[in-house]
Ligand binder design. Structure first.
Ligand code: DAH
Length: 352
């Protein structure tokens, strides 16, 4: 029996020495010291031993039990310390590493460009006039000389707002910043109806069109509208102003050309192209081999529009233009997909 106890002790200590994790240790405890372990069987069998054998075997069994228990405690401690050392190693903190920099935000590229445009126009004497994004059909179209069934309305698919039956004057999201022309003229004219003051404004803001969203068209985009009204304003003033703007915007050497065009609210109307700054006018993919890039529409304010704004077209004249800051940025930076602007991809936004 004593030999058996020695055998139990020896093999238990051997298998304990190989254990390196808590789960194996728990299993070892159950099999070596648990109710049905060999050692506990020895204790259970003590009663059947002779009077002489009993104290000897009992004492030895107790010694083995105490030895295994203390070996177990020692092993448990060693496993715990090893785990701690490992986690310290893994979670080692290198205090010499540079800190993580805080990502400070920035203005959206459209806003940056919008401000750049307005800065230039402010230097040229144009004051910012903000108008509304939610408009009526009257201001967005009719007062700008688009009658209800005018074919030019097809150029701008419109998003309407449900606001009951308003006949031929529904509420809509402005498709252009041009209704700001009427609002500005009426506001200025009101200050002195008999002799309305001259106007020089730049009116920026978001416009909306019910378009299929593609690389080239979005349902929202910014425009900057320019308007100058006064006495003796001629097409020469329009040309000079636009040429000055283009040089400030695209550089001293930028060449530009006026191309006859049509808008219902201007007469005559023109579109302005700048020489392609990608290829210098030689023709490339960006300018579709024409050497020119269209940047804005403009014209002399139509007499009907002046009248609608409260300015007598026999006394006053004016010019206006409209352009898109996103388009300018796309041309400048060779951005080939307008969807980047509202896609909220920081990899795009961070470049500006
Ligand atoms: N509103 C026009 C558009 O969205 C742009 C425009 C053209 C504005 C000529 C003007 C202008 O003021 O004179 O297509």
């Amino acid at each position: 029996m004593l030999d058996k106890l020695n055998e139990i002790e020896k093999s238990a200590l051997e298998s304990l020495a190989a254990i390196t994790d808590q789960a194996a240790l728990d299993a070892w405890r159950v099999s070596m010291l648990g109710r049905s372990s060999e050692l506990m069987q020895v204790f259970a069998g003590l009663g059947k031993l002779s009077k002489e054998e009993k104290p000897v075997v009992g004492t030895e069994a107790n010694r083995v039990k105490v030895a295994l228990e203390s070996a177990l405690a020692e092993r448990a401690e060693a496993i715990k310390n090893a785990a701690l050392a490992k986690s310290l190693e893994e979670e080692k903190l290198d205090v010499t590493l540079p800190g993580r920099s805080v990502n400070i935000g920035r203005l959206h590229p459209s806003t940056q460009q919008l401000r750049h445009v307005l800065d230039i126009l402010a230097e040229m004497g144009f004051q910012v006039y903000t108008s509304r994004e939610v408009e009526t059909d009257e201001y967005n179209f009719q007062l700008l000389n688009f009658p209800p069934d005018h074919p030019a309305r097809d150029m701008q698919d419109t998003m309407y707002i449900e606001a009951g039956d308003r006949g031929d004057n529904p509420i809509l999201l402005r498709t252009q910043t041009s209704p700001g022309q009427i609002r500005a003229m009426r506001e200025f004219a009101e200050t002195n109806p008999n002799d309305p003051p001259p106007i020089r404004i730049a009116s920026p803001g978001m416009c909306f069109r019910h378009e299929q969203i593609t690389a080239r068209s979005e349902i929202q985009f910014n425009q900057v509208e320019g308007l100058a009204v006064g006495k003796n304003i001629t097409f020469a003033d329009l040309k000079g102003t636009i040429a000055d703007f283009v040089r400030r915007m695209f550089g001293e050497g930028a060449r530009l050309r006026f191309r006859a065009s049509y808008f219902p609210f201007t007469e005559p109307s023109a579109e302005v192209d700048v020489e392609c700054f990608v290829c210098g006018g030689k023709g490339c993919q960006v300018c579709k081999n024409s050497g020119w890039l269209e940047i804005l529409g403009c014209g002399m304010v139509h007499p009907v529009v002046l009248q609608n704004g409260g300015y007598d077209p026999k006394i006053y004249s004016g010019f206006a233009w409209g352009m898109g800051p996103e388009r300018q940025l796309m041309l400048r930076n060779k951005i080939n997909d307008i969807r980047y602007f509202w896609g909220n991809d920081v990899r795009f936004l961070e470049q500006f």
